[in-house]
Design a protein around this ligand. Structure first.
Ligand code: SF4
Length: 367
C-alpha cells in the first residue's frame, strides 16, 4: 500500500498530502457511537498527527499518517467497525444522511449500505447517494447522484438533475438505479455523474414531483438533539471525545454534527453553537504550516476577516490554487500565491482572479 497523490482518498487507499497521508473514514450510517468517537480519536493521535476533519460528505479525515503507522491505524479502526472489507466496497459506499431522520431512516441507510456492498458495481469514486428522509428535505444542495426523499406520505428515488422521481420500493431500487447509470454509459474511464447523464437526455422513469429545497440547517437545538458547527471542519480531539460521551453523533455534509438526544452543549474548543456565529461564513484548508503546498497560513487570516463577511456570504481562504478547503465557488475566495493573495469573486480557488498579489493588510479594504 502506498499513498496516492491527487486520489480521492479512503481509509484503505490513503492520499498523500503535505503533512503525510490523509486517511478518510466513512462511519456506517454517518453515525459514531460513543466507543467509536473515543476510539477514532485515540487512533488519530496514536497513528497520525491528531488532526481530525469532518468533510463535505460527512466523513472523517485523519491526517499525518505515515507508511509505517497506516497498517496499525487500520487495525484499530477495523476493531471499531469503521473499515470496509476491501477498497472496492469502501469506494462504492458514499452515503450522506439527513441528521433529522428517525429509526426508519437508520434502517433504510443500513439496508442501502448492505445492498451496495453486495452489488459489486464499479461506480465512479465520487458517485454517491443521499438519504434525505426526514420531515423536510435538507440535502438537496449537497452532492449526490441518487437521492431518496420524502414526497407526500411515501418515499421516492430521484436521479440527480431531475425534478421528479419514482416511488421507492426498497433500498435495492437505489442500487438498481446505479446499475442503470452504468449500463447507460454514465461512467466513462471510471468517471461520471448522474446529472451529466441526465443533461445528455438519458433519464430514468420518474412520475412523482420532488420536494422543494428547505432552508439550510444551522447550529442550535433541534427535535433530534443539538446541532453543532465545527470550525473549519476540524474537530479538536478532546472535543470529539466529549461530544461522543454526550450522545450518538450524526455526521453531516455541512461541517456540523448532531448530538442525538442532547438538549444543551457546553462551549468547547472548535465548536460553533449559535446560528449567528460569523465563523459559519468561513472556509479554509489547513494551510501553512500543516500543508507543504501552502503559500501562507489560512485559518488565522480567515478568522481576522470573519466580521467583514456579510451574513449569508462565504469567504474561502485557500493555501494554494487546489482549493481543498472548499472545492466549490464561494462569494469571495482568497488564494495564497508566492506573490501574495489573489481575490476571486464568485468562483473557486483556481479561477481567474479579480485582483492579484494582495498583501494581507490590503484585504479588509478590498473585501
Ligand atoms: S488547498 Fe490547502 S491543503 Fe490543499 S494542497 Fe493547497 S495548501 Fe494544501
Amino acid at each position: 500500500m502506498s499513498g496516492v497523490k491527487g486520489w480521492c482518498p479512503g481509509a484503505l487507499r490513503p492520499m498523500e498530502s503535505g503533512d503525510g497521508w490523509v486517511v478518510r473514514v466513512k462511519p456506517r450510517g454517518a453515525m459514531l457511537s460513543r466507543d467509536q468517537a473515543q476510539g477514532i480519536t485515540d487512533a488519530a493521535e496514536r497513528h497520525g498527527n491528531g488532526l481530525i476533519e469532518l468533510t463535505g460528505r460527512g466523513n472523517l479525515q485523519l491526517r499525518g499518517v505515515t507508511p509505517d503507522s497506516h497498517a496499525p491505524l487500520i487495525a484499530d479502526l477495523r476493531a471499531l467497525d469503521l473499515i470496509d472489507p476491501d477498497i472496492a466496497t469502501e469506494t462504492r459506499r458514499n452515503v450522506i444522511v439527513t441528521p433529522f431522520g428517525g429509526d426508519a431512516t437508520d434502517a433504510l441507510v443500513r439496508d442501502l449500505e448492505t445492498a451496495l456492498a453486495a452489488s459489486a458495481l464499479p461506480l465512479p469514486a465520487k458517485f454517491g447517494f443521499a438519504v434525505d428522509t426526514g420531515p423536510t428535505p435538507v440535502l438537496t444542495r449537497d452532492p449526490a447522484d441518487i437521492r431518496i426523499e420524502r414526497a407526500g406520505s411515501g418515499l421516492i428515488l430521484r436521479a440527480d438533475g431531475m425534478g421528479s422521481g419514482a416511488a421507492l420500493g426498497s433500498p435495492q431500487d437505489a442500487v438498481a438505479l446505479a446499475g442503470w447509470f452504468l449500463e447507460r454509459g454514465g461512467a466513462i474511464g471510471g468517471r461520471g455523474r448522474m446529472a451529466a447523464l441526465v443533461a445528455r437526455g438519458i433519464a430514468p422513469r420518474a412520475d412523482i414531483a420532488a420536494p422543494t429545497a428547505a432552508a439550510s440547517a444551522t447550529p442550535g437545538p433541534t427535535p433530534q438533539g443539538m446541532l453543532a458547527g465545527i470550525e473549519f471542519g476540524q474537530v479538536p480531539p478532546d472535543t470529539l471525545r466529549r461530544l461522543g460521551r454526550l450522545g450518538t453523533l450524526r455526521l453531516t455534509p455541512w461541517r456540523m454534527m448532531l448530538v442525538r438526544g442532547a438538549r444543551h452543549l457546553p462551549p468547547m474548543p472548535g465548536l460553533i453553537l449559535t446560528a449567528d456565529d460569523p465563523r459559519l461564513r468561513l472556509r479554509a484548508c489547513p494551510g501553512s504550516p500543516c500543508c507543504a503546498h501552502a503559500h501562507a497560513a489560512t485559518r488565522p487570516l480567515a478568522r481576522d476577516l470573519a466580521a467583514l463577511v456579510p451574513q449569508g456570504a462565504v469567504l474561502h481562504v485557500s493555501g494554494c490554487a487546489k482549493g481543498c478547503g472548499w472545492p466549490r465557488a464561494a462569494d469571495m475566495t482568497l488564494t495564497a500565491t508566492p506573490q501574495g493573495f489573489d481575490l476571486i469573486r464568485h468562483g473557486c480557488a483556481h479561477d481567474v482572479p479579480a485582483l492579484r498579489g494582495l498583501h494581507p493588510d490590503q484585504l479588509p479594504k478590498v473585501l
